[in-house]
Design a protein around this ligand. Sequence first.
Ligand code: ADP
Ligand code: ZN
Length: 611
Amino acid sequence: MTPTAPAAPALDVLRRVFGYDGFRGDQERIVEHVVAGGDALVLMPTGGGKSLCYQIPALVRPGTGVVISPLIALMQDQVDALSGVGVRAAFLNSTQTPAERSEVERALLAGELDLLYLAPERLNVSGTLALLDRAQIALFAIDEAHCVSQWGHDFRPDYLQLSMLHERWSGVPRIALTATATVATRGEIVQRLDLGGARQFVASFDRPNIQYRIEPKNQALGQLVSLIRAEHPGEAGIVYCLSRASVEKTADALVAQGIEALPYHAGLSADVRRRNQARFLREDGVVMVATIAFGMGIDKPDVRFVAHLDLPKSVEGYYQETGRAGRDGLPSTAWLAYGLQDVVQQRRMIEDGEGDPAHKRRQSQHLDAMLALCETVQCRRVQLLNYFGEAAQPCGNCDTCLAPPESWDGTVPAQKLLSTVVRLQRERGQRYGAGHLIDILLGRENDRVRQFRHDELSTFGIGGELSEQEWRGVVRQLLAQGLLAVNSDGYGTLVLTYASAEVLSGARTVSLRREAPRPTRAAKRTAGAELPEADRLLFEALREWRAGVAREQGVPAYIVFGDATLRGIALTRPGSLDELATISGVGEKKLEAYGAAVLEVVGGPDLRAGQ
Ligand code: ADP
Ligand code: ZN
């Protein structure tokens, strides 16, 4: 770098401490606003770079930045990551001994901390407020600010009292951050946290590096294994399942296939959960099989894929869960397999569930939006972003853009199916699921068909033009389109809807999505995949070196260097510390700590191009 006039303090901190060249998106405006003492509400997708929005102002303003975060299990990693770049950070939470806590309190009062992470419930503990009164506070950052919302978050009571920060420290700027997008939640944050005067910064919620793919479920496990083998071998990923039992079963099955997988759900002891989470964070390439209990606040940047083996209950949930892939901006996959059974099961769960009719209606609307996303013949990203109120163009990086699905006129098959349902509905008290309907259409003379003399129905055997698999697709899509419904008898019996009548009378045509044949051979999409061979070898060698350092220090590998930084090193092959310093993610402290070792790996004899 040529010597120039000293950069603005915030930019200087960004470069010197974090080793990044420039701010991203709104970061600069947010940082300036908070440095100048303004309140801010920041809505940015996961991976958007929210942390720097409060970390840099905390470093630029005098005093300590106090970060309220509900995720005490992750505080140690956050503090380790900051220490790794030379920022003086600490936390106060219930996991510490009194002696550890008083050391942190001493450091705070002595002005030795740049950042202090606090669990929200600490503010109820007598003494914490008085302690903060005696300290110099640079700002309050309220992370995961959607926790104030009424949508059943665990930490809500503790978050609701945070409006008190404003009353007690009216001169200290507050910055609330969340990745939860909906307008309703945003309004609630403003109201509950008394942020009416705060400037709002709303980023685009697009995650261009994530490839969205949704496929029909055939052999879910086999599909998942081939996804991992073909595209993400040896890489970190999260597999979401609906139930604890399927988490266990899936994790076992992956392990049996030689894939390093661990289970995570609320039925496991706190100890096992902690251990599995720590391994996922610390080791390279662990696959976490989990219920949605897992993942909030997991800021592991190199999760390369998120797979759903069951249909999520809402687009909000789906987007939040898939958003955990690819925080580091490198290519990542969001993959979902869903089938007829998912639709039937979810409709049933809503019908049989607790809650008043209004609540059920809301749940149904959420499910309908999710199904519409699954069945769309348009760009998934366009549909997703539209759902969150954002306009977009076809992305070129989702399954429907990459292999546009055909739609076909399914009116006649729909009529055949619906008229079979009509005939069965006349037999009161009997309960038939989709499988039996399809048996009738295909003309299968099995025991059940004979027992109920369904071979005498006029629709028996009239559906030979489609295979069983295709018929299941038709049933699923009719359910998704509201042309068929699941009865609330607890058996998943299929019944007509008001709209079905229009199809039967011929007043309405039915457009269906043709189930695309599964891609024959998907390309590897690992973090190093598209690097030239020699650079890829160097990248792998750097990862190996990183794993050793991380193990030695007991920290997650990404705290040493992120994948994006290792890629940068592999591609540019720096020959000196000065050259290494120019790579994104290499700040002063890391250059000093690791520079020599990295140069040694780069200069290693067996890694030069051509060998
Ligand atoms: P969020 O909290 O919004 O999910 P993070 O703050 O964890 O996102 O940032 C995501 C990733 O992007 C991190 O690996 C971070 O180091 C990186 N990052 C953030 N801002 C920048 C920037 N200006 N330049 C380069 N990398 C950045
Ligand atoms: Zn697309």
